[in-house]
Write a protein that binds this ligand. Structure first.
Ligand code: GUN
Length: 299
């Protein structure tokens, strides 16, 4: 029954569009968008994500440099690095990969990134902009990359106009995905429920939904009997699990085999939301670079 949504193909198409616009910006204004991706420490999964972000930046014509800092860097040392990039006109986007080691003050770090260079959309100014906007997808703001990528996938699959009046359930309430995702769906005129680990009978809540977004980091949580036939299911989970032969594989928060037979559309893991997050970061970096043309004093 399911239409499996190909996030790799969608991300490739989006990146081709972005590459064209980056080239156009350079031709018109001489500006090459600059991105700095900061990673603290040696977590293998985080390191692989940031390498991918930097590589894809190069592929679309963005100057995307990786900045690797020691596990023991202090909050103040990290703030000094960020302040340097805030002052650097060649840098349009700054991303600090999360999670940070526990001794680093994440709140201070995210508040130090200049809002106009905050390509993650995590600064309180950008969070406030998202939650107070009538149409948060109006193209003027920096939105968190994963929810932005999910909205694009939903738009390509269902058409964003078709979201109006639909029931959406977001499983998870993180600042990175759950909360901004709910705000974007609300902006698209969905009726949104946000459910989480304390919700009583989450399966019953999901069964009413036309769209389910799973973003909790619990492998295979969402089963086939949670889903209304024909619903769209977007799986944001990326969980490394042990296989019976002692190997490892990536699975989402959705039991793909069980849900694929019921849902109308479903994203796989890997190859669903993940590539769209990276493309969303490129889009935000382009948006931030373009904005300096409108307000050169803030570049
Ligand atoms: N860690 C997991 N997802 C993200 C993200 O979108 N941005 C950052 N900075 N860190 C993350």
């Amino acid at each position: 029954m399911s239409n499996v949504i190909d996030g790799r193909a969608s991300a490739a198409g989006w990146q081709t569009e972005i590459a064209g616009e980056v080239a156009d910006l350079r031709e018109r204004s001489g500006i090459t968008p600059g991105l700095r991706v900061i990673i603290v420490g040696n977590d293998p999964a985080s390191r692989s994500y940031v390498r991918r972000k930097s590589r894809v930046a190069g592929e679309v014509g963005i100057d995307g440099q990786l900045v690797e800092l020691d596990e023991n860097v202090t909050t103040d040392e990290l703030l000094t690095v960020i302040s340097g990039f805030n002052e650097d006109a060649a840098v349009h986007g700054i991303l600090v990969q999360l999670p940070l080691p526990p001794h680093v003050d994440e709140v201070r770090v995210l508040r130090t990134i200049a809002p106009e260079k905050d390509v993650d959309g995590f600064h309180p100014v950008n969070v406030g902009g998202l939650f107070s906007a009538r149409d948060p997808m109006d193209g003027t703001r920096l939105l968190p990359c994963t929810p932005l990528g999910c909205m694009r996938l939903i738009d390509e699959t269902l058409g964003v106009d078709s979201l109006s009046g639909k029931e959406a359930v977001v499983i998870g309430r993180s600042n990175i995905v759950g909360k901004p995702m709910a705000a974007l769906l609300l902006g698209a005129n969905c009726s949104v429920s946000q459910i989480h680990s304390r919700t009583v009978d989450p399966a019953a809540r999901c069964r009413d939904a036309d769209i389910v977004i799973a973003a909790v980091g619990r492998p295979g949580l969402v089963d086939g009997d949670w889903i209304k036939p024909g619903a769209a299911v977007i799986d944001v989970g990326i969980n490394r699990v042990q296989t019976p032969d002692g190997g490892k594989r990536l699975v989402g928060d959705v039991d793909f085999d069980a849900v694929a037979g019921v849902a109308g559309a479903i994203t796989p893991v890997p190859g669903g939301v993940g590539p769209m997050t990276v493309a969303g970061l490129m889009f935000n970096t382009l948006t931030a670079a373009r904005a300096t043309l409108q307000s050169p004093e803030s570049s």
